[in-house]
Write a protein that binds this ligand. Structure first.
Ligand code: F6R
Length: 606
């Protein structure tokens, strides 16, 4: 979704801003713009990609201070006028804004009554005019920002620069902003990922914070009136390259990175001798773990699918009741929270607004939430204050792949850890730990020999719809396969537990309908075979994901085999062919596989 990047220092700002925007591109956006301050402001805005913005920039844009933005339209159509930055009428104030100003209609009317005509349809532009008006009262940019945000309802990450003041003022409420402190230079970004090429020293702004920056100072003056120090956090180096390297697309690169991503996720967290997991970020004693009444997991999209696998593993291995919830439904249903229970917020970006709201709902009701998060220092990670980083490295394709497998691995380690404090024997624990250690290698083995993926692609690419079926632990894998294909290739996809198919989806089947079955060699496989027969009897074309050497292969029209795997961990392996089918189908259909239409990597609105 929208992204902010800003710079002030001694260097020429424009190339730094453009590079910052490039690093935010993966979040999804529809227009981009920059404003640079020299003797006066120059503003460039363009719908489309950052490359298109770049194409209208003159060779040398002078100025050492600037703000930049990628917009994902909410208020107003996708147009150059609606793109950020937005200037006040006098031209003295320029802002970029992430979030939604809920009372923007009222503010527009008030501004129009004052004779100010707005030049865009956005909610954000109102901020520039109000800030300018407030600045004219006492010529103090920080105080003006205080008075401005006190008039706003909604969410914001705002960054403002001023014609007559050599400061940048930022404000945060519900939309992330991070200050990067360099040597006599400052960077601001809505995403830590865009800062790390410049500096590891960052300040995570909190809701209610207002920060006034020069190139060598940060002054925090929160809305609550209690001034505070800018707390500098030193970001640890994350593994992984943010560049494409030899890969044509980020999605493919990230599919291939799964073995290494998993190695980073499990490294130091497996105790082979005791057959146990060792998740340091869980602030629970073995006694507390042994007494857990239940576990609830929250997530959206892919994270929710991983949470469903976590639910099954926690129940089956740890023998603790567990439920995975869709974050966006959680708060609205006024859930009962047990303070003794454990809650997990599962999120790659750590910024998903629906999941963040669910976290806050649990905390307000006295519950504890642990994060299962990829992006270090993200809002959800900090709001939870405890949990497990999954260490997938930067995930830039909008369609999540390597984060999914690491979420499942992290939840499996948790299930083993709780299981060992309750019901699992050392020997069973050792087998699971060994299974986890083998997975990266098994994915590599599969990726070297992917099977007839292109045959599957040909079977689905022109289909009216594709049905994904799996049972037990493979039912959420079916959901994940369907989500991937729908997201990147825009084919309507339906996922069901295989046993439920005969209660409805079977009506869709006709001669040649593609049905993708996920059927690893586990205790529910035979039941899946019955569902295959029912589909075949209606003329369906069966694409079967199964384990190597399994006689179930006789049931498929197109058989894709994966190496043999511990049955509790099969989702980490069986999902890989599904990711590849989605990727190659999107290419066959000429879709923008890394940036599918209408989707954003980080969904920061509810
Ligand atoms: C699927 C996908 C989305 C995200 C969802 C949650 O490929 O990318 O469905 O999984 O928006 O995002 P995070 O994990 O960042 O909370």
């Amino acid at each position: 979704m929208c992204g902010i990047f800003a710079y002030m220092g001694a260097k020429v700002a424009t190339p730094i801003l453009v590079e910052g925007l490039r690093r935010l591109e993966y979040r999804g956006y529809d227009s981009a713009g920059i404003a640079v301050k020299d003797e006066s402001f120059t503003v460039y805005k363009k719908i489309g990609k950052v490359a298109e913005l770049q194409s209208i920039l003159p060779d040398n844009v002078p100025g050492n201070v600037g703000i930049a933005h990628t917009r994902w339209a909410t208020h107003g159509v996708v147009s150059d006028e609606n793109a950020h930055p937005h200037a006040s009428v006098s031209g003295d104030v320029i802002i970029v804004h992430n979030g939604i100003i809920e009372n923007s209609r009222t503010l527009r009317t008030l501004l129009e009554k004052k004779g100010i005509s707005l030049s865009s349809e956005t909610d954000s532009e109102t901020i520039a005019h109000i800030l300018d008006y407030e600045l004219s009262r006492d010529n103090n940019p920080t105080a003006a920002m205080h008075r401005t945000v006190s008039k706003l309802h909604g969410t914001w990450g705002i960054c403002a620069i001023f014609q007559n003041h050599d400061v940048m003022v930022c404000a945060r409420n519900g939309s992330p902003l991070i200050i990067g402190k360099g040597d006599n230079e400052m960077f601001i970004s809505s995403d830590p990922h865009a800062l790390t090429t410049h500096t590891q020293r960052v300040v995570f702004m909190e809701d209610g914070d207002i920060a006034t920056l020069t190139s060598d100072s940060i002054s925090m003056s929160p809305l609550n009136g209690i001034n505070k120090e800018a707390n500098i956090t030193v970001l640890e180096d994350e593994w992984g390259e943010a560049e494409l390297g030899d890969f044509p697309h980020f999605m493919l690169k990230e599919i291939f990175e799964q073995p290494d991503a998993l190695r980073h996720c499990i490294s130091g967290r497996l105790d082979r001798v005791r057959g146990n997991g060792r998740l340091g970020g869980l602030k629970l004693s073995p006694l507390e773990l042994s007494k857990l009444p239940h576990v609830r997991l929250l997530g959206c999209g892919t994270a929710r699918n991983a949470a469903e696998i976590g639910q099954i593993l926690i129940e089956s291995l740890a023998r603790v009741p567990a439920v995975a919830h869709i974050s966006s439904e959680f708060r609205t249903n006024d859930p009962v929270i047990d303070p003794q229970a454990l809650h997990f917020a599962v999120s790659q970006s750590g910024e998903t607004a629906d999941t963040l709201s669910a976290v806050k709902e649990i905390q307000i009701k006295g519950g504890q939430v642990h994060g299962i998060v990829n992006v270090v220092g993200s809002t959800i990670a900090r709001q939870c204050g405890q949990g497990v980083y999954i260490h997938s490295g930067p995930e830039q394709a909008v369609a999540s792949t390597k984060a999914f497998s690491n979420m499942v691995a992290a939840l499996a380690m948790f299930a083993i850890q709780v299981g060992r404090s309750r019901s699992i024997s050392k020997e069973r624990g050792q087998k699971l730990i060994q299974g986890l250690q083998q997975i990266p290698h098994l994915i590599e083995e599969y990726l070297e020999n992917q099977g007839p993926i292109m045959e599957a692609v040909n079977a689905v690419k022109n289909a009216k719809s594709v049905l994904f079926l799996g049972r037990g632990i493979s039912a959420p894998v079916a959901k994940e396969g369907a989500l991937k294909l729908m997201e990147v290739a825009y084919i309507p996809c339906l996922a069901y537990p295989a046993g439920e198919m005969k209660h409805g989806p079977i009506a869709l089947l006709e001669e040649g309908s593609p049905v993708i079955f996920i059927a690893p060699n586990d205790h529910v496989k035979q039941k899946t075979v019955s569902a295959i027969h029912e589909c075949r009897a209606r003329g369906a074309k069966i694409i079967l994901i199964h384990e190597k050497g399994d006689s179930i292969s006789e049931e498929g029209d197109i058989n894709i085999e994966v190496p043999n795997v511990h049955s509790d961990l099969s989702p980490i392996l069986t999902v890989v062919p599904l990711q590849l089918i989605a990727y190659h189908t999107a290419l066959e259909l000429d879709c923008d596989v890394d940036r599918p239409r209408n989707l954003a990597k980080s969904v920061t609105v509810e």
